[in-house]
Design a protein around this ligand. Structure first.
Ligand code: PEP
Ligand code: MG
Length: 583
């Protein structure tokens, strides 16, 4: 067969080379027949048992989550468990068997198809992603019914074969991804998915090359085809010519050698060639992530996304973690960081991180009751979190970070609630850091354009570029159809970034960047040239960024960055960016 190349969205970096392992949707093989009257209850039982089995499967996956599994995974598995418990999935198909006499698979598919059609009518990116979750749950039940496995084949072809297997699928659920990880697969390709789809997020955290949004790759690629994934370019080469294969093997080996070399920088301080010291901090989701942060040599935690403690609570007594439960988690993080500061961001729910999947979704969730807006609307819940964080500050340095602020009155109300939480702790004779620094995420253009309001009231700023770009360019960060427009180098984004960093510096208050761009080595020099001295990122990216810093001379970078900030044309910005890299 002739070699061909497919283009999609790059979501996880690196090169993977292996044989394709196709995962076909179970729905394709489903039998359709009518059940005899006296067999109906038995057929209902067969479907009920399959649903119960999937419940068990999910529980097992939960229990076997490795300690170092990305924290999002637990939440994703919980979403599937919730869907499975919903009567529209667990009861309605049983009714279809009883009333229409369809066999179990047919009944299930009928219901899933109907739900899917309902989702198709809603033009909302967030809800579209939930449709995929429902399809994935349906597929799991079907797999149990038809006896086909969603798991990777056992290593019957020998370790060698499984060690170089690339998963090709229409879509992959995050829960299934975890099993693939145990099987040492080397990459994955899917037809669906955007830059921030659940599966893409997991791939990035696992550091496995991946390309998604490949349209019909799962139809074009055949079982056992040789496949190369270029995770940086979002390109998949099928049945490559020997010379191409050789080239990619060489690049892959080079990458591996580079990675090994990076390991030597763990203890090296991040200082530029001109002697400027830079703080490299870690982004974490759960306290357990602190060990990875320490291993990578992070000087602290720049962003603890506390909402992950609030998500994935299926099966627990309360929908929200109690003050003591939260306190334990925050204390654990602070103790694990051994005196290095931990910046805890208060609850940032809403948008693509709903607190409760059962809750009605806002019409436009990214612009809705999100983050601090939600917390100010639920003051008792917010006070509980604030008390828990304050109590943990008795065990080590904590900075309190507030997401999504845009109005001065929101800052004032937040500060008032912090004072109230402090007063409650004083009354209860509980210890805490009386002078705990409080800072704001700068992630709404309105905030970046009214910095004096923030600087007057707060102790530090942290720029959330993931959202700042989303809101500046009006691009939903989870919608793959507009992913190509999501550009950190848009001059409007650059202006807001530079202004925030410069204004903070002038006022003498610390400014960090904690969005994904902080971990992108292609942007390190740009940020240094803007004056950024605090970068917070996933621990896996920290050493590569450090290497970039060690080889940078800010005195040479600054004039070029000034030029970039005066440019409006993309071509001129791109040209200066290239020159910046070549310095
Ligand atoms: C951001 O918006 O850049 C950020 C760091 O927060 P999150 O990605 O959790 O919205
Ligand atoms: Mg954000």
């Amino acid at each position: 067969m002739a070699s061909f190349t497919l283009h999609g969205i790059p979501v996880s970096r690196g090169i993977a080379i292996g044989r394709a392992h196709l995962l076909k949707p179970a729905a394709l093989d489903v039998k359709h027949y009518l059940v005899a009257e006296d067999q109906i209850e038995a057929e209902v039982q067969r479907l009920s048992a399959a649903i119960a089995k999937v419940h068990e499967e999910l529980q097992v996956i939960w229990k076997e989550l490795p300690a170092d599994a990305p924290s999002e995974l637990g939440a994703f598995i919980d979403v599937h468990a919730l869907i499975l418990s919903d009567p529209i999935v667990s009861e309605q198909p049983l009714e279809i068997i009883r009333t229409r006499h369809y066999n179990a698979e047919w009944a299930l598919l009928t219901q899933i198809d109907q739900l899917s059609a309902q989702f198709d009518e809603i033009e909302d990116a967030y809800l579209r992603e939930r449709k995929q979750d429902i399809l994935q749950v349906g597929e799991r039940i079907l797999n149990v019914l038809t006896g086909s496995a969603t798991q990777m084949p056992r290593t019957s072809q020998g370790e060698e074969a499984s060690a170089h297997m690339i998963v090709v699928a229409h879509d992959i659920s995050p829960a299934d991804m975890l099993q693939f990880r145990d099987r040492a697969f080397v990459g994955f390709v899917t037809d669906l998915g955007g830059q921030n789809s659940h599966t893409a997020i997991v791939a990035r955290s696992l550091d496995i090359p991946a390309a998604v949004g490949m349209a019909n790759a799962s139809e074009l690629i055949s079982q056992d085809d040789w496949v190369i994934i270029d995770g940086d370019a979002g390109v998949v080469i099928v049945d490559p010519a020997p010379v191409v294969l050789e080239q990619y093997r060489e690049s892959q080996n080079k990458l591996l050698r580079e990675r090994k070399k990076l390991g030597k920088l763990k203890k090296t301080p991040a200082i530029t060639m001109d002697g400027t010291s830079v703080h490299l901090l870690a982004n974490i989701e759960l306290p357990e992530d602190c060990s990875g942060a320490m291993d990578a040599g992070a000087v602290g935690v720049g962003l603890f996304r506390s909402e992950f403690l609030f998500m994935g609570r299926t099966g627990q007594k309360s929908r929200l973690p109690s003050e003591d439960e939260q306190f334990e988690s925050y204390r654990k993080a602070v103790v694990a960081m051994k005196g290095r500061p931990v910046t805890i961001r208060t609850l940032d729910v809403g948008a693509d991180k709903p607190l409760d999947k059962g809750e009605e979704t806002a019409l436009n969730p990214a612009l809705g009751l999100r983050a601090i807006r939600y917390c100010l609307a639920e003051p008792q819940m917010f006070l509980t979190q604030l008390r828990a964080i304050l109590r943990a500050s008795a065990y080590g340095p904590i900075n309190l970070l507030i997401p999504m602020l845009s109005h001065a009155f929101e800052i004032d109300q937040t500060l008032l609630l912090i004072e109230q939480a402090k007063a409650q702790l004083r009354d209860a004779k509980k210890k805490f850091d009386q002078a705990i620094p409080v800072g704001a995420m700068i992630e709404i253009p309105a905030a970046a354009l009214t910095l004096p309001l923030f600087i007057k009231r707060l102790n530090f700023l942290s720029i959330g570029t993931n959202d700042l770009i989303q809101y500046t360019l009006a691009i939903d960060r989870v919608d793959h159809e507009v992913a190509h427009l999501y550009n950190p180098l848009h001059p409007a984004v650059l202006q807001l970034l530079a202004t925030t960093i410069a204004t903070g510096a002038k006022a003498g208050i610390p400014v960090a960047v904690c969005g994904e761009i902080a971990g992108d080595t292609k942007l390190t020099r740009l940020l240094l040239g803007m004056g950024l001295r605090e970068f917070s990122m996933h621990p896996a990216q920290l050493l590569a960024v450090k290497q970039e810093i060690l080889g940078s001379d800010i005195t040479l970078i600054e004039p070029l960055v000034k030029k970039i900030l005066r440019s409006y044309e993309a071509a001129s910005i791109a040209e200066s960016m290239e020159r910046l890299q070549a310095l």
